[in-house]
Design a protein around this ligand. Structure first.
Ligand SMILES: [Mg+2]
Length: 401
């Protein structure tokens, strides 16, 4: 079966007024108005198609996918890994590494897995070697006890909080309110505004909170500092969302810098790359917790199949209710039950695009800086790499200057 065509669909994920991180994380970092989703369809000569999603700067990834498409047309759809290598090699002149190329590979690889599943009549998790679980644990985002209560009522059992300020206060309040009834994670977003020395001190303050993991306590530009931090504290460390392909993330695993690897399903390089990464991680006792960030709903399905099929799946990040359009642009959202997402049992990924709905949200804007008060213009916080130190009260509540 030959590939006949590749299509791309770029959309604005919500109007500026309603687009942000999840409703539940109101008060946290926001990228209002700048989120786009890129979906692709890889169409076989018999009309069967697979769907995929790529991030890593979707508007740029769209250009990359269109540039790569002629390398797929006319090729045999069944040789997924060979086609991946073909697309990867084609990026040599562009430097090979990086999340933009990783986003293009992710979108096309994802669509090829979906297409293969449909043509062969099996779910993607079966192509990956079968499943370990029927439900993939997932966590929601929260910034308050009240929000967490609402999410617990909806069935969530695991939560991530954090941000660039008050992360310790938020996590302490949640643990005090719910005890060990919940799993708790903290994301410091790889802060360039936190010096490595401050990060080590702050990490030790999280030790009593029994975190599932502490995410990106130092900036990804300083991988050696991540290793020093992990040696200095007794908190499981997670990182990897801004890396691409196995060569980008494996060094954090093999060097012993992290306990949890967080490949982004839309920009890491594809389902095949994530499966390979999971094997590397397994060899070093590291678990997998895919990053979602600004991703749309198709990549979430890909993550569910991957997480179903690997032994060292930890938990999946999700923004299930961040914008109503998330559920409208696909055929149906994943089923949430028992604190996680049900693994689909239909051919392919189990999701389709609703093209008429996607067309209602034409792409507008794809860049911006977070509008959190801590980036306030005219203050020392305007420029991220000034690295202002947090205050001496244990890096607790901090206000813009
Ligand atoms: Mg993060």
């Amino acid at each position: 079966m030959k590939i006949a065509a590749v299509e791309t669909y770029l959309m604005q994920a919500g109007s500026p007024a309603e687009t942000a991180w999840s409703e539940e994380s109101a008060g946290g970092m926001s990228l209002s108005g700048t989120r786009q989703w890129l979906f692709v369809r890889v169409i076989a000569e018999d009309g069967t198609y697979g769907v995929g999603e790529g991030s890593g700067w979707p508007a740029v990834v769209q250009a990359a996918v269109r540039d790569l498409a002629p390398l797929l047309v006319g090729q045999d759809v069944y040789n997924i890994d060979r086609l991946w290598s073909r697309l990867h090699l084609a990026q040599m002149g562009h430097g090979l590494t990086g999340t933009v190329g990783g986003g293009a590979l992710s979108a096309l690889d994802m669509a090829l897995w979906d297409l293969n599943g449909k043509l062969l009549g099996v779910p993607v998790w079966r192509l990956l070697g079968g499943k370990f679980r029927d439900v993939v644990p997932a966590y929601a985002h929260t910034s308050s006890v009240e929000t967490t209560k609402r999410l617990i009522d909806r069935g969530y059992r695991a939560f991530k909080t954090g941000g660039v300020s008050s992360a310790l206060d938020k996590a302490t309040a949640l643990r005090a309110a719910f005890g060990n009834e919940i799993d708790l994670m903290v994301d410091l977003h790889g802060p360039p505004w936190l010096t490595p020395a401050d990060a080590r001190r702050m990490s030790r303050e999280f030790e009593p909170l029994n975190l599932l993991f502490l995410e990106e306590p130092v900036a990804p530009e300083h991988p050696n500092e991540l290793l020093r931090l992990r040696d200095a504290c007794h908190v499981p460390v997670a990182a990897g969302e801004r890396t691409a392909k196995i060569w980008g993330l494996a060094p954090l695993i093999t060097s012993g810098a992290i306990d949890v690897a967080q490949p982004d399903t839309g920009r890491f390089g594809g389902i095949g790359q994530m499966k390979k990464l999971a094997a590397i991680a397994e060899a070093f006792g590291v678990t997998i917790a895919p990053h979602a960030g600004t991703l749309g709903p198709v990549a979430e399905f890909a993550a569910i199949h991957l997480m179903a099929a690997i032994p060292n799946a930890l938990i999946l990040e999700r923004f299930g209710s961040d914008w109503p359009g998330r559920e409208r642009v696909i055929s149906a959202p994943p089923v949430f039950r028992d604190g996680g997402l049900e693994v689909p049992d239909v051919p392919g990924l189990g999701v389709d695009l609703v093209l008429d709905e996607i067309a209602k949200y034409p792409a507008q804007r794809n860049t911006g800086i977070p509008n959190d008060a801590h980036y306030a213009p005219g203050t020392a916080n305007e420029h991220l790499y000034i690295q202002p130190r947090f205050n001496a009260t244990g890096l607790r509540a901090r206000t813009a200057e």
